[in-house]
Design a protein around this ligand. Structure first.
Ligand code: NAD
Length: 272
């Protein structure tokens, strides 16, 4: 019996899923037990990911795979990079079978996340949801928290490829939530503003932090947090140039999630 961590990748035919399949296949302490997607059904997950054949055919049936993995000696992990529409049900299914979810899919509502947290508590099972698995983004968020002690004015601009389904990005929202936790309301009004074009000043996030979303082909995932004060601008900027940047965080989460007994939201919570 293998001592490697059994992993199911859900969304295995997608841009992120293919990257996760590659990363799991290259990790000696993990074994890809299943690949779930509605596309490329029947094709080998390794071939779809652009690597060698792994003898793991893509199937649309997550439940059956979870049932299979539940029989393994080692507790299994389900990594989800799918769609805001399906992620909640996928995570519930995994938890119901005792399979630990690692979730990168963004766009779940706060109510859905709270509901999943309750479900994890009842089942006494760990789950890691991270709207951004890149280490650089965690560092940007920590720098933003530091800056927020000294600045009253801040806005966030996130820029993504135009295939992204949800807006604002989960990362931008999470960054705003982290700044909001500093216990103050930002951007005290200076003048009475009018918008002659609806929405042009962006969406208003927690504690009055404005978030602006740009969608264009050619972009991957980018974020700026801009602090302003009389006479100075402090800009924090993170650029993703390749989806490989997310893999160290995803692999870390796969290794850590089985030690947890509750839902954890944010990569920063599991970094040493
Ligand atoms: P994508 O469209 O390329 O891939 C999604 C895949 O999921 C598709 O192949 C689709 O067929 C499949 N899918 C959809 N519903 C499914 C279901 N019910 N069961 C099985 N498969 C299903 O998208 P992507 O660019 O890979 O992004 C996926 C998600 O990950 C998005 O929510 C995106 O915002 C998020 N994302 C998160 C991070 C992070 O670090 N957390 C990084 C990049 C992207």
């Amino acid at each position: 019996m293998s001592e490697r961590i059994p992993v199911i990748v859900t969304g295995a035919a997608g841009r992120m899923g293919r990257q996760v399949v590659q990363a799991v296949a290259a990790s000696p302490d993990m074994i890809l037990m299943g690949a779930v997607d509605h596309q490329r059904v029947g094709e080998d997950a390794g071939i779809v990911a652009g690597i060698e054949e792994l003898e793991v055919p893509i199937t649309p049936d997550l439940q059956s795979l979870c049932a299979l993995v539940a029989q393994e000696k080692q507790p299994g992990v389900m990594v989800d990079f799918t769609h805001p529409r399906s992620v909640y049900e996928n995570v519930r299914a995994a938890i119901a079978y005792g399979v630990y979810p690692v979730v990168g899919t963004t766009g779940m509502t706060a109510e859905q996340i709270a509901d999943l947290a309750e479900f994890c508590d009842k089942a006494s099972i760990g789950c890691i949801i991270a709207p951004n698995f890149s280490i650089g983004m965690v560092l940007l968020q920590q720098a933003a928290i530091q800056a927020s002690r000294y600045f009253e004015h801040v806005e966030i601009i996130e820029l993504h490829h135009n295939q992204k389904a949800d807006a604002p990005s989960g990362t931008a929202l999470k960054t705003a939530e982290m700044l909001a936790e500093m216990g103050k309301t930002y951007n005290p009004p200076q003048v009475e503003e009018t918008e002659t074009l609806a929405g042009v000043r962006g969406g208003i996030g927690p504690e009055n932090i404005r978030i602006h979303s740009v969608r264009l082909p050619g972009l991957l995932a980018h974020q700026k947090v801009i602090f302003g004060a009389p006479g100075e601008i402090y800009t924090l900027r993170h650029d993703t140039t390749d989806r490989r940047c997310y893999m160290p965080g995803v692999l870390l989460a796969i290794r850590k999630v089985r030690q947890l007994k509750q839902l954890v939201y944010g990569l920063e919570k599991i970094l040493d």
